[in-house]
Design a protein around this ligand. Sequence first.
Ligand code: GLN
Length: 266
Amino acid sequence: MKKQFFALFMSAVLMGSLTACNSSTPEATTAAATEAETKEGAEAGGKVLVMATNAEFPPYEYHDGGEIVGIDVEISQAIAEKLGMTLEIEDIAFDSIIPELQSGKADMGAAGMTVDEDRLKNVDFSDPYTTASQVIIVKNDSDITGPDDLAGKYIGVQLGTTGDIYASDYEEQDATIERYNKGFEAVQAMVQGKIDAVVIDVEPAKVFVSQTEGIKILDEALTVEEYAIAVKKGNTELLEKINAALAELKESGELQAIIDKYISAE
Ligand code: GLN
């Protein structure tokens, strides 16, 4: 196992240096990582488990130096280990994750993904591993004090997320939705005065607010949601294995320990 982790770390370093050369070619990085991981997987006699994610979502998945780290990464690593497989991370746009599963290029999507009726038409979800909520971020001096005040405002979201879905309900009340590729870009746009509020998941919201002067999270959440791992629709074999691994991780306390490592209790 140690050897596998070391190999994973080395390929992360490799990925990091490739990224540093040309940060606009995630495809190339992914391809290089695939090759490295596949070789390692073959050496270890195991198979590769490809995790599609969008590493712009701290503390679930984010870049730390040349590495992609976070709660989902560690949960997925623990699952891969239980399955005797080598984890490979594919960092892509959030709204590409489901197509990537459907095409079979990735085995599972672990990206703080909320279980949602519409998504269930296209993918299957594992048992949930945590709960989350959508919150509203505003400037400290904003006149927005709760969800009702979003009417008529400019609201920033991350494209294709549940924040996007719920904020879009306010379009009927003359709100304008601005969709960004990264949640943090929405926060920056708000700081620059381009939009009035950001609707996003609570934990990344806390991280972004802690990194930014003059903004806050409103007390009243918009929704409560559950995160789960997505697989290609009908891939019950993998889904059952993931659920069994998740159950063991819950039972042993490992899952909670991973969450606690990244999220301090209030
Ligand atoms: N939980 C949200 C969703 O599933 C956001 C996930 C994300 O941005 N990574 O849409």
